[in-house]
Design a protein around this ligand. Sequence first.
Ligand code: BGC
Length: 841
Amino acid sequence: MKIENITVNYLKQPIGLDEIPEFSWNISSNVNGTYQTSYRVEVYGVWDSGVVNSDNCLFIKYDGKELSPRTRYDFKITVTDNFGNTATAESYFETGLLTYKNFNARWILNFCGDGKRLPVFRKQFKLTQKVKTARIYATALGVYQIDLNGKKVGDGYFAPGYTPAHLDTLYQTYDVTDCLQAENCVCVTVASGWVNGANMTYREDGQNVYDIYRTFALLQLDGVYEDGEEFSVYTDNTWKWFPSPWSLADMYNGETYDAREELPSAYLYGYDESKLNRVLYHSYPYAQIHGAANEQVKKDVELKPVKIFVTEKGERVIDFGQNISGFVKFKVSGKKGDKVIYNHAEVLDKNGNVYVENMRSAKNIIEYTLKGDVVEEFEPHFTFQGFRYVNIIEYPGELKEENFKAYSVRTDYKKTGFFECSNDLVNKLFLNAEWGQADNFVDVPTDCPQRDERMGWTGDAQIFIKTAALNGNVGAFFRKWLKDLALEQAGNGLVFNVVPRVKGEGTSSGWGDAATICPSEIYKAYGDVTILKNQFESMEKWVKFIGTQSTGYLWNSGFHFGDWLGLDASEGSYEGKTDKYLIATAYYAYSTLLTAEAAKVLGYDGKAEKYFNLHNNIVNAYKKEFLDEQSRIKSNKLTQTACAVTLYFDLTDDKKAVCDDLVSLINLNGGKLATGFIGTPYITYSLSRNGRVEEAYDLLLQTEYPSWLYPVLQGATTIWEHWDGIKPNGDFWSADMNSFNHYAYGAIASWLYTDVIGINYKTAGYKTFTVKPLVSKKLKYANGYYECMYGKISSSWRIDGDKVNFKLTVPCNTTCDFIYGDFTKRLSSGSYEFSLDFINA
Ligand code: BGC
């Protein structure tokens, strides 16, 4: 038996941790039926949990002496199992500054001076002895890059990340022990990033939403010499600044970089400082600064050009074969003053020309001026684009494939899921959903990565979270984002449509409900009780807010997006036909139920009872208002989405009847969906969980527009915002809102995991779970896995004549119920195979 995957607050050996540590691990063994029977966590010198007779191995909360800042704590985990084996493993975490008060550094900014060019803040310093350890703690209002002795520190991008800066500024911690020498120079370049870049952070009246019109930096390098003496270098008025080669670095508009302005020696010790400029202090507050406890955005996949070609219009285009969030890295040789200029596109139009109208005001242009006479290389530092194609507007010389690469970027969450089956189109759909997630999990869950939006739209996040939490471990990612959701929540409980709240004043059902749905899903996926505890007040506030908008337990007032982009609306409309108050009341019920369940988990029994009662009242009101005497949806409210929501949220006494109606509606619609953002994630569940497995498969496998596979057949490499982003005749839906990388409809991927291969949690974190595959002859086989916090759960089936062969693995310390038809088997850890008679689901 072995201990594996030790994490602290979801992270492996985190440094710069300001939160209370919570230890998780899993055990593995080649002996079937292994369970943990006890654990002991010893954080040397400060805490010993003692031997605890428990099978719990997730989020064991530190309960020892007060932790000191900037300190590495080694710890040991000892585990015993039910066969009497013992295993131990060691790891560590390191605290951050723990409080902003430990920042000696001051916020610095540059004189306007040159004004247009991004500032590089600089400090050179000597060290007198050999360094034992050194860390940089850094943040910025804007996004920063640190260079130490001429080399980039860390491999992250867009630090300090996307938060409502005035409420929650994160700092990152970097181990720079090995980068220091006797003579050093530390530089910080700051770009506007998410704080005051173009487009979204300015209101129509020209005011910045955070009231921040400049960028500034805060950095502290703390180290210890080998003899124990400490040293510290931090931003203060002894720092200098010089203009960088960037005259533009903007999330939406791209970068303009003039290599003729490079000052490489200014990044190194010994540069003549007398020519440099003084810095100013800024009085911006410190109290909102905390250590980041989430993964940074990093480079993910490297792509090579699949084709370079010239369009009908004469555009020179590089096709990278995949729609990504990221940027291009190029090599170029030419004369001083030559330029490389290109913009980005997701798709080509029906004539094969580059299509950028759907980017709206986002320019996405990279402009690089050559210094000349050497081979030059460049990639953007402070911006990313959503693209598959690059349109080369200027480039000296011939375009050669070997001179171009593209990198996708995403939050560096651990990938945890996989699915494949005998249908290649479905496999491509799954990959597209995975890409959609990667491309839109760039520090916050964004709606899209390309146009002038890229915001943390709450509705999109809640719709997709179940899939997200299967594809990857997104616990730390959502802890961060949900904290900001709560920080920005209005006093009356209203949850703004986008978090961080850069635009949009109001809320909507299905959007604000991210406040209850996201923490609940993360809890269920990972067994993370802390997220429920952290968010509980926000959940309650949201439910209370809905109460103020409701009469007679019906949420029947205010603005709602409704079944956004549903196809049963009139041509050109954004909103589906489904009654908005039906959707709103259904979500009122669901949010209340989730809050009740959270209260129960947290041991707030009184509150649990209160919310269960409230839920009951809402459900009764819903039934009265929207259902007829047969518990079916009233005929004037009957839509696919109304059925899906009623079934998924358990709002009828006759599920069979509502499901029959849903099937009739689908049939009437030629076997196709008519659902939008709200109905789509629930529709296959509503069918398969009510005895209509074959109909759910039919919907999944539909290839004609509108369907999940239609874009796949159109060559999509991500999930489209609109079912008809590109219409069958090649026309675009419209330029004003036509993203080809919106993850919302990718929510179908969760159904592949939970219903096709049948992996479902019974209790939080998959401590107990079911594998209940819904086998259909519409596929020959299906195969996949989900790496839960306890280890890997895999499930596959293959039809062989009248038999179905199942294979599954159950991780240690969990219990699985395998179910196929009437066959059920309770399984503890191990690998299993069953060959059973095929039955029609
Ligand atoms: C976004 C969506 C979002 C919607 C709100 C759009 O502009 O891209 O995905 O949820 O607005 O209706």
